[in-house]
Write a protein that binds this ligand. Structure first.
Ligand code: AMP
Length: 337
């Protein structure tokens, strides 16, 4: 979707992806099939590209540094990537820029975990510090007795214990910062998850003025704190009465921003390309109310029924195999405002 947006703006796009015949590679000018840390591939890639971006935060940050050394302008930069890759660093950064999170503690072993449970109370959520997404690598601890088993279930990897957020709903905000420091912020989305995976996003979310102001202030603080260039997704817990906590930040276009494809003149994909290419940012106002639903696994088989509905816009990713829970596409239900 980024590649399509870029080619519409006249750019040639090359994809670096370990997978042969990847969905992004198939709609782009070229593809380099290599691991994200392959030094030869990174050198070639960095030389042929003027600008490099990424849409997967588990790319090694050393690769981003190597691309910059090979001559490409990389955005977002290595700092944003490194912060988003480690849940402890991420929360430490967020609190430092005035974007509040749940209370948390780093957990390197059972003694840390027992101490953290005493401070944070149970239930609390134990997550791996790194490489977790879509609810993977996390387990609820309901009493101190479950501590050992919970730690074992994460395979002894460095972890974080998070206090439970007592939220009424989950919101998210998609925002962008250009190379000149300009900031553009989309209306908020309201999100429903099941089993840690996003099911639906509705936008613009119905929010009061205080919540809107608070969310935009958080977005600005995060973008400026990282000297960020590109689109970022910020997941929020709404505690009510304008009180928000940041759950996590995603240094890329975000699933909760897919509604912008059919709800805004300039969607998050074009916005990201504009930002990283040094263009002026585009407008973010919504011209439609959109409900975005992810199509997971074999749900994608409903494509014909969905395609026949005049108010639905179907986006399929061209992934070959519909594994259970895999994001195969999404559908936007559009109601013009
Ligand atoms: P994450 O992978 O961190 O985005 O977590 C996936 C989902 O788990 C979130 O969207 C929430 O629904 C839930 N969750 C994560 N962290 C917490 C928390 N500290 N308290 C309550 N629910 C949480």
């Amino acid at each position: 979707m980024l590649s399509q947006a870029a080619s519409r703006l006249g750019f040639d796009v090359v994809i670096l992806d370990p997978e042969e015949n990847s969905p992004a590679g198939r709609v782009s000018r070229g593809q380099i099939v290599a691991a994200y840390d392959d030094p030869t591939a990174l050198n070639v890639f960095g030389r042929v590209c003027d600008v490099v971006t990424f849409e997967f935060e588990n790319v090694p940050s050393a690769s981003i540094e190597r691309l910059a050394e090979a001559g490409a302008q990389v955005a977002p930069g290595p700092t944003a990537l490194a912060v988003a890759q480690d849940r402890v660093d991420e929360k430490t950064f967020l609190n430092a820029v005035g974007a509040p999170t749940v209370a948390f503690a780093a957990v390197d072993g059972i003694d840390d975990l027992r101490a953290a449970l005493l401070t944070l109370g149970a239930p609390a959520l134990l997550k791996t510090r790194r490489d977790g997404y879509d609810g993977k690598g996390q387990v609820w601890i309901r009493s101190a007795k479950q501590a050992e088993a919970a730690l074992d279930s994460l395979g002894g990897r460095p972890a974080i214990l998070e206090a439970r957020a007592d939220f009424t709903r989950e919101l998210s905000i998609i925002a962008a910062r250009g190379r000149d420091g300009t900031i553009a912020i989309y209306p908020l989305g309201e999100n429903r998850h099941a089993g840690g995976v996003l099911r639906t996003s509705r936008a613009p979310a119905v929010i009061d003025a205080r919540t809107g102001r608070r969310a935009r202030a958080i977005a600005r603080a995060v973008l400026e704190g990282l000297a960020y260039v590109g689109v970022i997704g910020i997941e929020l817990f709404d505690l009510g009465e304008g009180n928000l906590l940041v759950n996590e930040i995603a240094p890329r276009v975000h699933n909760t921003g897919h509604w912008t494809q059919d709800g805004c003149v300039c969607d998050q994909f074009e916005q990201h390309i504009r930002a990283v290419a040094g263009w002026p940012l585009g407008p973010t106002a919504a011209h439609a109310r959109v409900e975005m639903t992810n199509l997971l696994g074999t749900e994608v088989d409903q494509w014909a029924r969905l395609a026949s509905r005049p108010d639905r816009r179907l986006h399929l990713y061209g992934k070959a195999e519909a594994r259970p829970g895999r994001k195969m596409g999404h559908v936007n239900r559009v109601t013009p405002l």
